[in-house]
Design a protein around this ligand. Sequence first.
Ligand SMILES: [Zn+2]
Length: 145
Amino acid sequence: MSKSKFFHKNCIFLFKLQKYFAIHEKEKSKTVDEVNKMSKIVTEIVEANKKYAANFGDRGNLALPPARGFAILICMDARLDPAQYAGLAEGNADVIRNAGGRASDDAIRSLVISHKLLGTNEWFVIHHTDCGMELFTSDIISGLL
Ligand SMILES: [Zn+2]
């Protein structure tokens, strides 16, 4: 299976998952407009993925290990584009993202896999200015659960 088909298949799965959650969220608290907006976003993502997959070309043959031999751990902040600010292309590096770019248990698990199974030899933990994670404490998050 080529990567382009793989990505598209994943988006279809995402779409089905989103529909599942949309239905259940609708039953709980979402208005019909909110569910329709969510469905519109899923449709936009699937359409964008179709275009991306159609132009994926030879990148479907990229090796699994990151070609540049490094991984970065970075905040999930939507304003950050690791490919742009770190000069990355598909297949260059493992990129692990979470809120605040924290070395959480799962991030460390990913970094260990990156090193032990995928051969990366350098890791970069990159933080940024104006991080939203500075605006609240873990106690506040715990209260939201
Ligand atoms: Zn951040």
